[in-house]
Structures are given as C-alpha cells and as structure tokens.
Ligand binder design. Structure first.
Ligand SMILES: [Zn+2]
Length: 279
C-alpha cells in the first residue's frame, strides 16, 4: 500500500481506490487511526503497521463521516476506542450504508476476514466544537456537515495536524450530498481553524496531503468558487462551464455524475425545480 506521508507525528496511507486516505496520528502513548480503508490487503497493511509500531499504546479510532468507503475497515479495529459525531451514531441510513459495502464486496469478489458492521461509537461528538485530550495531545473536534450529514473535522492542536474528511481535496471538487448551505458553513469552520490555529499539515479524505498554508487557502477558495459559480449559473439560467471544471481533474466520467447530482441538489435548495428551465 502506498504511504503518502510519514513523519514522527503522522502516517498517511493511500488506497489504490479513489485515492482514499487512512491516517494514523502518533502520540507518545497513544495512536489515533482515522477512516481505515478499502481493500482487505490494505487494511492488513495498516493493521500490521499498528502491530509493529504502536505496541503498548492506547488505540483510538475516529471516523470523519459515515460514507461507506470511510467505515469499511471498522470491524478489523473494533477493539479500539471509537470517536464520531452524534449524527454518525444516529444516522438513520445505517443499513443502506452497510449494503453499499456488501454490494462493493460482492461486485468485486472481495472476501474479508471480519464482519461488515456499522461502527459502535464510544465517544460521541455532540457540540459544534468539542475539546478532547488524547494522551498528552489536545484535540478539537468540529461538526462538518454539507458533504454528508454526519462529518467531523479532527484538529490536533498540539501538533497542528488537521484531518478534514471529504472536504478540501485537491483531486475532487465539492461533492455535496447533504446541503450547500451546510457545506458553506463547514468551509467557514475550516477557514477559522486555518486562520486562528497553527495548522502544519492538512489531510483530506481523497488525494494529497498538504503542508502549504497557501495551498490550504487555495483549496477553500476553489471550493467556494465552484459553489458560487454553480449557484450563479442556476440563478441566471445560464450554462455552467463543466468542461472548464473537468479540465482541472482526472476522471471526467464519474465526476460528471457527481456534478449533476450537485446541480440537482442546489436547484432544490434554491427552489428552482429539478431540471434547467423549470423554475
Ligand atoms: Zn470519501
């Protein structure tokens, strides 16, 4: 499995699928594993790393959100102390999410040595922001909805590591399943953390880690621009420059599908009807 980033505080593994990241934040007396994914051989690679290097340490497992690619490895690490949002715990679509995993495994002849189970959460993040101390490190967890309805941002204030889930990716424009209004709020939350905190490294759920403050702010700007351009096109009933958007990314077929779903949702939010021209 590709190790995308490694230093004394952080390892970021990258799956062969969708460039999905798994993070391990390394404390002196604990580790925090985030979103272990996708393939069995990749999950075992991560588990081996933990066996070799995290012996005797307290083990936490956090989920940035409940999209099936981010919870797919849960049961392999189910003895860890788990952390996720209240909305994650109360998600009414648990069975549908598990069925996405079953469909994925079935379609690809994938056998796993563990059951497919929705994560049982020990520490539930209920407030807009919650401070927690893990080992000797101070963390701030923030609600982050918009992409989906149960996201959290994980910020290690002691080391400056910021794990954002499916926001601020350099390989995807915003995928909005929950709401654009919530997505904008989350972008504001992220900007506040960048401005007020001392962020050293940002890890997105898909794509490249960045240690550049400029790059972090550029990613926020790009996300806001996509949303405002899309809103402008819908409100003025003019064509959105899809070719221009796709030129910045690698996977035009699937990304057209995600963009079209965004258009549909934003039209609904703006009260514009489902199809262009149908106000
Ligand atoms: Zn994802």
């Amino acid at each position: 499995m590709k190790i995308q980033h490694q230093d004394s505080d952080l390892i970021v593994f990258e799956s062969a699928l969708f460039r999905t990241t798994t993070s391990i934040l390394i404390g002196t007396d604990y580790i925090l594993l985030v979103d272990p994914n996708w393939l069995p051989i990749e999950i075992e690679f991560i588990a081996n790393w933990i066996t070799l290097y995290a012996q005797g340490k307290k083990k936490y497992l956090a989920f940035t959100h409940s999209d099936y690619d981010h919870i797919i490895g849960y049961q392999r690490f189910s003895s860890f102390e788990t952390i996720a949002s209240r909305n994650f715990v109360e998600n009414p679509a648990k069975e549908a999410i598990l069925n996405q995993i079953r469909t994925f495994d079935d379609s690809n002849y994938i056998l796993r040595a563990y059951d497919i189970v929705y994560p049982k959460i020990d520490v539930m993040i209920s407030e807009p922001t919650t401070s927690l101390v893990l080992g000797a490190d101070k963390y701030c967890f923030s609600q982050a909805t918009g992409h989906n309805s149960d996201g959290i941002i994980i910020y290690n204030e002691s080391t400056g590591l910021l794990i954002v889930g499916d926001y601020l990716s350099n390989v995807e424009f915003p995928y909005v399943y929950d709401s654009f209004s919530n997505y904008r709020t989350t972008l504001n939350t992220l900007e506040n953390i960048l401005t007020e905190g001392n962020v050293k490294i940002l890890v997105s759920g898909h794509g490249d880690v960045t240690a550049s403050q400029d790059e972090m702010h550029t990613r926020i700007r790009n996300a806001r621009k996509y949303i405002s351009d899309l809103q402008y096109a819908i409100e003025k009933d003019i064509a959105f420059d899809l070719a221009g958007l796709l030129a910045g990314y690698n996977f035009p077929q699937i990304m057209t599908t995600f963009h079209e779903a965004n258009v549909k949702l934003l039209r609904q939010e703006l009260g514009r009807g489902i199809n262009p021209g149908e106000n």
